[in-house]
Design a protein around this ligand. Structure first.
Ligand SMILES: [Zn+2]
Ligand SMILES: [Zn+2]
Length: 506
């Protein structure tokens, strides 16, 4: 078994901004990023490792701040750090749970901001889109009403975007949403459907009582997430909400032409975030699990096994999810392994809001033992949970594999050395090799293990490079860490000034 070592410690100074009691203060904090490099220097895409082999002692001695909420998470295990940061990125509500865990290990709990117990702040500039005659607000429901704004846009159903939106919300006359987001708002919060104007992917609508037109494209983030082209007679803006850039998206946007302003999701605008494309990861994971299944079925067919070994031969796959998100992975895996997906009633009700017949047909809420894929809440997906599941279904499964889809992970290591290193197309073979290496490290007696799979719902550094380079625009606005705008814009300018990339290589 390969022995891992910490090859390099990169110390990066990240600037953070904290909103204190009415004034803004920029803090500098030193964050140590551990770069794990595999024995094989060629394997630079990402490094997966099993928990036991990681050098905990060395890391425990350093401070490790969550890039989103700044809480010191050095006391958490590598897996828990990843879960924490993912939770911070997607759903601030889950922070509560994780903060409590941090508190028990000696870190002071942060004071939670409560949207409605203090006077609401005004809508920040980067959430206001001004045209010649009209102004609209994007993902801005948690702020004070704005005298000139009655049109609101909600890019997708994640709480850091819809926050503040309740069934009594009355700051505007219309909220532009996608059909899936509309269904979820009505189903989960009882928002008045008359307030919601939906625009489907690749559809253009006129915004009532304005001279604005809005076109929606798939954001490739969570179900129902959109990126929106908003046009007045003289201006064309693009708001990307949260998005994972992919080739169809880039091609559609290049066809539309020049944008006056693009509001971009820059969550992973950092050379450290070098993770492979989602579709490659899904395909290669399916291939791997399929081949493992075939091996098992073949061994089951041997006559001697039939008499000697009556033990179950299948493994259970438990996929960690949030309220919504990661469904594509579950669907593709279920299709590849020709099995159904088990989840509870409430989860099924949420998923049925998507109106995806292929997903509806795969879901089963009654026969967990006959479904090889189960959905579970991501924060509870660990070895103990898997062991418990395995005990419950011991007559049906011989092992349990937890799939933790994750974007940010200290395990993916190696920052991108230069822009040149990102030009060439990514290699599916390298992704397969890395996942397979991780899988093969499971010992036979390890019946319950968690496999960490790079499955980000935000764009990688490389994808942002292609986006900023290929599209035509006058101005870019970073919607993540707006206090850090200058640094981010400098990076994006560097992308733009690089020799024009070739979309075929994307
Ligand atoms: Zn955090
Ligand atoms: Zn989101």
């Amino acid at each position: 078994m390969a022995k891992r070592k910490v090859v390099d410690k990169q110390v990066s100074i990240l600037k953070f901004c904290r909103t204190g009691s009415g004034h803004e203060e920029t803090l500098k904090k030193e964050v140590t990023v551990i770069d794990l490099v595999s024995d094989n220097e060629q394997e630079s895409l990402f490094v997966c490792d099993s928990e036991e082999e990681l050098p905990y002692q060395e890391e425990r001695s350093t401070q490790f701040a969550c890039p989103v909420c700044e809480v010191d998470i050095a006391h958490l295990s590598l897996d828990d750090r990843t879960v924490h940061v993912e939770a911070c990125l997607v759903n601030p509500n889950t922070k509560k749970v994780l903060y409590r865990r941090i508190k028990t290990t000696g870190v002071v709990e942060q004071t939670k901001k409560k949207c409605d117990r203090r006077p609401r702040p005004p809508i920040p500039d980067e959430k206001i889109l001004s045209f010649e005659n009209h102004t609209i607000a994007v993902d801005a429901f948690c702020y004070a009403p704005h005298p000139a704004i009655s049109v609101y846009l909600l890019t997708h159903f994640h709480s850091d975007h819809y926050g503040g939106l309740t069934k009594n919300w009355d700051h505007g006359s219309v909220i532009i949403v996608t059909p899936i987001t509309r269904n979820l708002l009505v189903y989960k919060f009882g928002v008045n459907p008359d307030l919601l104007l939906s625009v489907d992917y690749n559809q253009t609508i006129e915004v009532p009582h304005t001279d604005l037109k809005i076109t929606c494209l798939d954001a490739n983030h969570c179900p129902g997430s959109g990126i929106f082209v908003i046009e007045s007679p003289g201006l064309r803006y693009l708001h990307c909400g949260d998005c994972r850039i992919n080739k169809p998206m880039l091609e559609s946007l290049m066809q539309i032409g020049r944008f006056h302003k693009i509001y971009l999701d820059t969550t992973y605008l950092n050379p450290l975030y070098n993770f492979p494309k989602q579709e490659i990861v899904i395909d290669e994971l399916c291939k791997l699990l399929q081949s493992k299944m075939e091996t098992m079925q073949f061994s089951q067919q041997r006559v001697i096994d039939f008499f000697v070994d009556r033990k179950p031969q299948k493994f259970l796959i438990v996929i960690g999810t949030y309220l919504i998100g990661k469904e594509r992975l579950a669907i593709k895996l279920a299709e590849a392994l020709q099995t159904k997906i088990y989840c509870n009633e409430e989860k099924k009700n949420v998923l049925s809001q998507f109106g995806w017949p292929n997903l509806d047909n795969l879901l089963d809420t009654h026969n967990p033992e006959s479904c090889q894929i189960h959905l579970a809440a991501l924060p509870k997906l660990n070895k103990d949970y898997l062991a418990e599941q395995l005990k419950t279904y011991s007559r049906h499964f011989k092992a349990a594999i937890g799939i933790r889809p994750t974007g940010w992970s200290v395990r993916y290591g190696k920052p991108v050395p230069s822009l040149d290193a990102m030009v060439a197309a990514e290699s599916p073979e390298m992704v397969y090799a890395a996942i397979s290496k991780h899988f093969d490290r499971f010992r036979e007696d390890n019946k319950a293990r968690v496999l960490q799979i790079p499955y980000s719902e935000h764009s990688s550094y490389r994808e942002l490079f292609y986006f900023a380079n290929l599209l035509e625009y006058d101005e870019l606005v970073a919607t993540v860490s707006p206090h850090n705008q200058d640094e981010q814009l400098a990076m994006l300018r560097e992308f733009k000034n690089y020799d024009r990339l070739c979309i075929e290589n994307f």
